[in-house]
Design a protein around this ligand. Sequence first.
Ligand SMILES: Nc1ncnc2c1ncn2[C@@H]1O[C@H](COP(=O)(O)OP(=O)(O)OP(=O)(O)O)[C@@H](O)[C@H]1O
Ligand SMILES: O=C(O)c1ccc[n+]([C@@H]2O[C@H](COP(=O)([O-])O)[C@@H](O)[C@H]2O)c1
Length: 201
Amino acid sequence: MHLTPGMKVGLFGGSFNPAHDGHAHVAETAMRRLGLDRVVWLVSPQNPLKSTHEMAPLDERLRSARDMARMVGPRMIVSDVETRMGTQWTVDTLRTLVARHPGVKFVWLMGSDNLAGFHRWRGWTDIMRLMPMAVIARPGSLMDSRSAPAAVRFSKARVPAEQAGLLPSLQAPAWTYIVAPLNPRSSSAIRTARNRSTEDG
Ligand SMILES: Nc1ncnc2c1ncn2[C@@H]1O[C@H](COP(=O)(O)OP(=O)(O)OP(=O)(O)O)[C@@H](O)[C@H]1O
Ligand SMILES: O=C(O)c1ccc[n+]([C@@H]2O[C@H](COP(=O)([O-])O)[C@@H](O)[C@H]2O)c1
């Protein structure tokens, strides 16, 4: 992936099983609100906290992410770097990318459902100290964003959403919670609908 020093780059990890317009919404919202030059869709070999059941092969998920990212625009990059690195842990991925791309201003992007369980991720406090983070609100997980253990632990590092444009240039830990217009799509709902239509017919 071609990134140059000074670029503001969102890192957007996901299973993308399959990709959908909720993902496009996260990438587009982050790009606009944070003023990002690029968003890298990191297609995960396997989320360590998710079941392997129903996980489509990587090639299929990469294709799905590429099709959706193309619709967002030319600033999107879809990457299988985690598979090539042989890691499924975000903290390892982020450490490697920071080391490989000196001077790039990275921001970790995720939906608000992941904020609730973020304290169960390996090395989560290290992730918070590695790069700023932007959380995009998602229906069904609109818990008070102040009550997640990660939000409590890093409450002093929270930046108001109105100042999200500053985030890529801030020293970590720094994070924001963006309540954009909500998008209800989920990969699991798409898989359920597909399975139902196969059974029906
Ligand atoms: N509709 C949405 N609104 C906000 N964030 C979303 C939305 N859909 C996915 N995300 C975020 O995108 C990232 C990747 O999500 P993922 O690929 O697991 O899709 P998913 O729809 O959550 O999948 P599943 O339903 O199988 O759990 C996660 O950080 C997730 O929170
Ligand atoms: O590193 C971890 O402990 C960890 C635990 C859960 C999820 N993640 C990452 O979070 C991102 C979103 O995952 P998912 O399955 O919700 O799309 C994806 O990049 C995963 O690798 C990472």
